[in-house]
Design a protein. Structure first.
Length: 145
């Protein structure tokens, strides 16, 4: 099973991936474990399989792990990947700024969606930053208009 990850996974992450894949049948591309949740990036086109009919698979996964589980769909196109991280929030625009040795993605959302895009205690935006850094090696900033 080939995984094209830019980061090394810990044994715990590998165990979580194995359990998730056996519970859902969806192929996992990346996994991040935090104190409050486990985040999985599944292969493109496998989000439905991961969630299951009427959410059956994701419910089983959450019960198995005993904590919050978030699932996002992988995409090699940066813009599509970033949009999936913020769904169902409408991302109005994405700008990529290249500087000498760094790249920053500016994600634009409506002012009314700013709180949702940041998330409780900044969790959503921190997670999005982490995932974008791991996958595309660039920073992410939230912009409103």
């Amino acid at each position: 099973m080939q995984r094209d990850l830019m980061v090394e996974l810990t044994n715990d992450e590998l165990k979580c991936i194995s359990a998730f894949e056996s519970l859902t049948g969806a192929m996992v591309r990346d996994c991040i474990i935090s104190e409050s949740e486990i985040v999985f990036i599944v292969s493109e086109g496998e989000l439905g399989k991961a969630i299951g009919k009427k959410g059956a698979n994701i419910t089983r996964v959450r019960q198995s792990f005993g904590r919050q589980v978030l699932v996002f769909e992988d995409n090699e196109q940066m813009e599509k990947f970033v949009r999936s991280l913020f769904a169902p929030i409408a991302v109005t625009n994405i700008n990529v700024h290249d500087k000498m040795d760094s790249k920053t993605i500016y994600v634009h959302v409506d002012e009314r969606d700013r709180g949702s895009a940041i998330g409780k205690d900044g969790k959503r935006i921190k997670l999005a930053r982490t995932l974008v850094q791991r996958k595309f090696n660039c920073d992410l900033r939230l912009a409103t208009h």
